[in-house]
Design a protein around this ligand. Structure first.
Ligand code: AMP
Length: 349
């Protein structure tokens, strides 16, 4: 796929959540259509051209989906490897399989980052609870045990404060030394098929209960540090021969930056770009995936993005009455604690 896909082509998106929904809107603005593949509920289905509801292990459905699209991308990175093999035999997958493999497993991810010379939290592989004492001995406390796969929003994590603690996640894990950070930032970086790279301004992230609460730009940290953060993200994207948008989460410590994790997709901490840039992260991703040149992601406004989680939806009347607020709702009918229902971008002028 050396030339850009012609308008009217179909982009297949694995995963039908809010990220797929916002990708579909961006794609349709550029004249493309989206076909969503989702096993569960699909907020993206409201705005996409076609939706396939089927499991990630349904070979027949995956095959038909791939044949109906021109390129495949994803908003959900935990698709089984065999399913990806099948899809990849039929259509290009962007970002590529290596980016997925690296980010699907926290151990592989940490080893990859360390191999690039980037700092991560100290870590130890813990295959079973029997290996825990040796890992605690090496890493010490405080530390965090995280499942290697399928963890998100702080799920599958146990904090260790006592070296005699023997709690177990129930699956192969990594024990991470606790990083004494004073801020969390993320870089949303885009890389095109020709290797061109564009990064959005790093945002300051505040989490509550392991879930992102707010992202603020500008993040108020020294420019030299932010340049380092962007260079690190660009290095990661280049090393993976990445095509698309990637989120890189970093801890800011007194002695520099530590990479927490990478997400091979558009990222919640990049939602502010919808109100702060001419070309937001969703359009940037679609541009990269279809082979168009990257757009202008320079920030022209100060923005605070706030996630609307669970009962935050009760504040809707007040939010609707606020000035300088851009509201995004994901069309989810059922409100549950911890469920991301939407977000607002507050523009500071
Ligand atoms: P994660 O799912 O790895 O992004 O972790 C969720 C949140 O837990 C992070 O955004 C941090 O606030 C915190 N956290 C994760 N790992 C560490 C660590 N090694 N040291 C300190 N805090 C951490």
């Amino acid at each position: 796929m050396s030339e850009a896909l012609s308008r009217g082509s179909v982009i297949g998106i694995l995963g039908g959540g809010q990220l797929g929904r916002m990708l579909s809107v961006a794609a349709s603005r550029l004249g493309y259509r989206c076909h969503i593949y989702e096993p569960g509920q699909a907020p993206a289905g409201d705005v996409a051209h076609v939706v396939t509801f089927a499991g990630y292990d349904d070979a027949a459905a995956l095959g038909s989906f791939a044949e109906a699209v021109d390129v495949i991308t994803y908003e959900f990175e935990n698709v089984p490897a065999e399913s990806l093999d099948l899809l990849e035999s039929l259509r290009p997958i962007r970002p590529n399989r290596r980016a997925l493999a690296v980010s699907q497993d926290r151990l592989t991810e940490k080893e990859f980052l360390a191999g690039l010379g980037l700092r991560t939290a100290p870590f130890a592989n813990v295959e079973s609870v029997d290996e825990l004492p040796a890992a605690i001995e090496r890493i010490g406390v405080p530390s965090i045990l995280k499942t290697r796969r399928l963890g998100y929003d702080g799920k599958g994590q146990i904090r260790f404060t006592d070296a005699t603690q023997r709690d177990w996640t129930g699956a192969p894990s990594v024990l991470e030394g606790f990083v004494d950070f004073f801020a969390e930032i993320s870089v949303i970086v885009a890389r095109a098929a020709d290797g061109a790279v564009a990064a959005f301004d790093p945002g300051l992230n505040v989490h509550e209960g392991g879930i992102l609460r707010t992202t603020t730009v500008p993040c108020g940290l020294p420019q030299s540090l932010l340049t380092d953060a962007v260079l690190m993200a660009a290095k990661i994207a280049g090393a993976l021969d990445y095509v698309g948008v990637m989120g890189v989460e970093l801890f800011v410590t007194r002695d520099g930056l530590v990479v927490n994790e990478i997400a091979p997709r558009v990222h919640n901490s990049g939602h502010w770009t919808q109100a702060g840039c001419v070309v937001d992260q969703f359009e940037q991703h679609i541009r990269a995936v279809v082979g168009l040149p990257l757009g202008d992601g320079q920030r022209y406004a100060d923005v605070v993005m706030e996630n609307l989680i669970g009962d935050d939806m009760d504040r809707l009347p007040a939010l609707l009455a606020e000035r300088d607020v851009q509201l995004h709702l994901y069309g989810k009918t059922e409100i549950r604690p911890g469920r991301k229902m939407g977000h607002v971008n507050r523009v500071r002028r």
